[in-house]
Design a protein around this ligand. Structure first.
Ligand SMILES: [Zn+2]
Length: 448
């Protein structure tokens, strides 16, 4: 069988989004290598129900001969729809890039464009073995629709922007409360998070509200934190403390916090993040491209007890969503910065993209077990860069890129079969169209 992009219907309009029924089907993945043994993996109703040599009768079958079954990768911080901005405004300082090449276009972006940007991102992620992403962007339902239709999983948040001095943020509160309720109508593959953008774009009052809303409803609190030296300096000037201490003061520090970047941290900040078991997300490519002049302190965060993860950030600052590439760069950056080849191992790096943040995102911390989620990728060991096979973790981190992924299964459904994804051409055409029309429309308006 072939994965289909058209089989999971949902509508774009939040009000009329249908409840998507749980998967009631079975899949037999035949003759794969799992933990060094040849076996079959039988999936029923979105869960793995057997790992053995039996020929379980199934609705569909995936031929895994010669392939290695592996857990899929987790992209712990991105802005999926920013694929539309790929290659637009590279090589600029951060603020110039944002004010000239991102924000004017984002102000004019339509839900349909957000949707096609997300579809392109998901296509790219599936091809590189990622089936879960933690997203922060402008139109919750447009991204949720893309997730439902493609069969992947995501934690989605409508970014909350409420700068100090801009007054009433009650509309944003109402919108988040409404989206939280509406999100319950989607399948389990779509989760809702609350996402104040950053301490410098959200007022103290709105940050406090975000923390309380997250606590009341047990929601992940997703934000950008301590990305640049400027952010830290400004926080000291305005609040007399570091961004991490500021969030702690506002009651936002807990194990529900998922903080992207966490580059500019003091020893005290690291202790606070560790004590609360916050998830700290390493975005090495974005940090290097935007020249934040600092490096995520992996070893210290890990030793302090923080949950460590890896992510691509948006395609505007990466410029791709390949988590294999991201793992390699994450590991190399840690070694280079620490002047120490033992600063992080391949296994630790792989864990940051597979196991560490899984529980936080409602996924299996110990994947590919009977009873667990039917999510997996098949790795093709005949790719030249994976030979000779001395050490799989080493190869996946240091030698591979997304093209070693042969097939992808999520929730017991085949999303990519032997590199084929149904509907791929349409997604590429529509995403090109969406990007071209967005840029032409906004450029024309700005000329007037
Ligand atoms: Zn980001």
């Amino acid at each position: 069988m072939t994965g289909s992009f058209t089989s999971f219907a949902a509508t774009a309009d939040g009000n009329s989004t249908r409840i998507v029924e749980p998967v009631m089907s079975s899949l037999l993945i035949r003759d794969v290598l799992l933990r060094g043994q040849r076996t079959n993996i039988f999936c029923e109703n979105g869960r793995i129900s057997a790992i053995d040599g039996e020929e379980h009768p199934a609705d569909s079958m995936l031929d895994g001969r010669g392939m290695i079954a592996h857990p899929p990768l987790i992209n712990a911080h991105t802005h999926a729809s920013m694929t539309l901005f790929r290659g637009n405004g590279d090589d600029l300082p951060l603020m110039e890039w944002l004010t000239k090449r991102v924000w004017p276009y984002e102000r004019g972006i339509s839900p349909d464009e957000v949707y096609w940007g997300a579809r392109l991102a998901i296509l790219e992620m599936i091809r590189a073995g990622t089936v879960f992403f933690n997203d922060m962007y402008w139109d919750f339902h447009a991204v949720a629709k893309a997730v439902e239709e493609t069969g992947v999983r995501a934690m989605i948040a409508a970014v909350l922007l409420a700068p100090e001095g801009t007054g009433d943020f009650s509309k944003q509160v109402a919108k988040n409360e409404q989206l939280y309720e509406e999100a319950k109508r989607y399948s389990d593959r779509v989760q809702f998070a609350v996402a104040p953008h950053a301490i410098y774009t959200v007022s103290e009052e709105a940050l406090r509200w975000s923390g309380e809303f997250s606590k009341e409803n047990n929601l992940v609190l997703h934000t950008h934190l301590s990305e640049t030296e400027h952010e830290v300096k400004e926080c000291y000037e305005q609040h007399g403390c570091s961004p991490v201490e500021y969030l702690e003061r506002l009651g936002m520090m807990s194990d529900r916090l998922v903080a992207a970047h966490t580059v500019w941290l003091s020893e005290k900040d690291i202790a606070i993040l560790g004590e609360h078991k916050a998830t700290c997300v390493h975005n090495p490519v974005s940090n290097m491209k935007l020249a934040v002049n600092g490096v995520y302190p992996y070893r210290k965060l890990q030793a302090a007890g923080a949950v460590t993860a890896i992510a691509t950030d948006g395609a505007g600052s990466n410029n791709n969503l390949d988590m294999f590439e991201e793992m390699k760069i994450a590991a190399l950056l840690q070694k280079f910065k620490g002047n120490d080849p033992t600063a992080i191992t391949a296994k630790e790096t792989l864990d940051m993209a597979v196991k560490n943040p899984a529980k936080r995102f409602g996924l299996d911390g110990n994947p590919l077990q009977v009873g667990g989620l039917a999510d997996l990728i098949l790795i093709n060991p005949d790719m030249p860069e994976l030979n000779p096979m001395h050490d799989l973790a080493s190869h996946l981190v240091y030698a591979a890129n997304g093209s070693v992924v042969d097939s992808v299964v999520c929730d017991g459904r085949v999303l990519m079969e032997h590199r084929n994804i149904e509907g791929e051409d349409e997604v590429l055409a529509k995403a090109r169209e969406a990007s071209a029309s967005l840029f032409a429309r906004v450029d024309e308006t700005n000329q007037d």
